[in-house]
Design a protein around this ligand. Structure first.
Ligand SMILES: Nc1ncnc2c1ncn2[C@@H]1O[C@H](COP(=O)(O)OP(=O)(O)OP(=O)(O)O)[C@@H](O)[C@H]1O
Length: 238
């Protein structure tokens, strides 16, 4: 360890976690490197969302230690399917919810809060949808609104569960580029993804299978070469 940039954003040692009657993650030892994009890959049910929930602090560890580099509350962009599309909110109101944690009781949004909301919407190209109801938006548009909400939070750890899940190739490429830029600006990004192209461009890759880390390291090392033997289905077929 030579400097603060070497301190992991989050360090997990011997961590297990899950739900009431299900242990999902068992004895995980892993480090999330700071100021880069980590892609979390693995088949359906391998524990990617559970790991993000753990990193976000919404799912408790049942054993082991979870150490965060800073005390800043992470931003967590959940899968679109986890958000009720019928919520009576405009896109701008949904993005502004990203600032709630900073407002405190009875505080009105400051000009800085409003700026963060507007610039996040512009970045995700949803500014022209600001007054539309969430329920009126397409799946891809709603997904971009949720990513804008996460960005608006201004956290130093941005966690995203399949942020490009409902997007076409061009929008997917845009999200990947924005996440690269956000990391270059000093944010640690962790995204669960089934998109092998996005994973190849990440700075770090974690491969889960059955709630365990089966590989961790630079994407070329994790995704290339031994791909056929190493990647759990369905990645091995791609
Ligand atoms: N709320 C919950 N209560 C109980 N079990 C759950 C809950 N959420 C997920 N699980 C179980 O935990 C395991 C891991 O699920 P998780 O959603 O973390 O996987 P995933 O890798 O994100 O999957 P996907 O690629 O399908 O999103 C699965 O067996 C799932 O059925």
């Amino acid at each position: 360890m030579t400097g603060p940039e070497q301190v992991p954003q989050v360090s997990l040692r011997g961590v297990s976690a899950g739900y009431a009657r299900t242990v999902v993650l068992s004895q995980l030892d892993l480090d999330i490197p700071p100021l880069t994009v980590t892609a979390v890959m693995g088949p359906n049910g391998s524990g990617k969302s559970t790991l993000l929930g753990l990193l976000a602090g919404v799912i408790p560890a049942t054993s082991g230690t979870v150490v965060h580099r800073t005390g800043v509350r992470p931003a967590f962009v959940v899968q679109r399917s986890a958000v009720t599309d019928a919520l009576p909110l405009t896109a701008r109101e949904a993005v502004a919810m990203g600032r709630w944690g900073r407002l405190g009781p009875f505080r009105r949004p400051s000009s800085e809060d409003r700026r963060a909301v507007e610039s996040s919407m512009e970045r995700l190209d949803v500014a022209d949808l600001a007054e539309r109801q969430l329920g009126e938006l397409s799946g891809g548009q709603r997904q971009r609104v949720l990513v804008a909400q996460g960005l608006a939070q201004g956290a130093d750890l941005l966690l995203l569960d399949e942020p490009a899940g409902a997007l076409d190739n061009s929008a997917r490429e845009t999200i990947t580029r924005i996440l690269d830029e956000v990391a270059a600006e000093g944010v640690t990004v962790v995204q669960a993804t089934h998109d092998i192209t996005a994973a190849r461009r990440a700075g770090h890759c974690l491969l889960l299978d059955g709630g365990r880390v089966v590989a961790a390291g630079p994407p070329p090392e994790i995704l290339e070469g031994t791909e056929r033997e190493r990647l759990p289905q369905p990645f091995a077929r791609r």
